[in-house]
Design a protein around this ligand. Structure first.
Ligand code: ATP
Ligand code: MG
Length: 199
């Protein structure tokens, strides 16, 4: 499951758990992106912070792992590179790439999309507010794509960042350890809400 995870939230975790259960997957590997090329227009938190929050959020689940392949590769992250690296690391595995319906709709614009479908089965999770337009799948190989409805969890990382910036709580939207990590490292706090530095 690829994502910016800035921060990881319960929507991501529920989606991963649902896909794991419905496909009987051996494990779900969370792959925080390096530099997400679709998000170059906004400040993305340091990769190491996003990686550590993902580790904290997934640590208690024996079926969840976190991979550094994207954050350790230089340059913008392309899913084709993620899948090439993961299939090299797991040569006998059947790979499933879990993504949101919104990202799925943009799939045709992804680099080398023919090879993408050779490397993995794609699972598109529907999420509230991002209904998938079936027309956006025209031209994609239907046998390599499965859509899965995820119980409605209208949480987004954008919303979590805005809440922290406004001094509003993110308890229960993200795992407790992630709430504490955000506070400890002052992530997402707007300059005005950071308050004076302790002297
Ligand atoms: P941002 O608001 O910064 O775009 P995000 O909440 O969309 O963040 P990403 O890290 O971009 O989180 O998401 C990684 C993947 O998880 C994407 O494919 C996205 O569609 C999916 N996803 C995010 N939130 C949910 C949710 N609540 N339910 C199901 N899938 C989700
Ligand atoms: Mg997103």
């Amino acid at each position: 499951m690829g994502g910016t995870f800035d921060p990881i939230h319960h929507g991501h975790l529920v989606a991963a758990s649902e896909v794991q259960a419905s496909f009987g997957l051996d494990e779900v590997i969370f792959v925080p992106t390096g530099l997400p090329w679709q998000k170059l227009d906004r400040q993305v938190s340091p990769a190491e912070d996003r990686y550590l929050m993902t580790v904290i959020a997934t640590a208690s689940n024996p079926l969840f792992e976190v991979s550094r392949v994207d954050i350790d590769r230089d340059g913008p992250t392309y899913t084709i590179d993620t899948l090439r690296d993961l299939s090299a690391a797991h040569p006998d595995a059947d790979l499933y790439f879990i993504t949101g319906a919104d990202a799925m709709a943009a799939l045709l614009s992804w680099r080398d999309h023919d090879e993408l479908f050779e490397l993995a089965q794609f699972v598109g999770c529907t999420r509230p507010g991002h209904e998938l337009d079936e027309n956006s799948l025209v031209g994609l190989p239907v046998d390599r794509i499965t859509l899965l409805e995820i119980p409605a969890l209208a949480i987004s990382s954008t919303d979590c960042r805005e809440r922290v910036g406004a001094g509003e709580p993110v308890w229960y939207l993200v795992p407790d350890g992630v709430v504490q990590y955000i506070a400890k490292h002052g992530l997402y706090a707007s300059e005005s809400s950071k308050g004076p530095h302790p002297s």
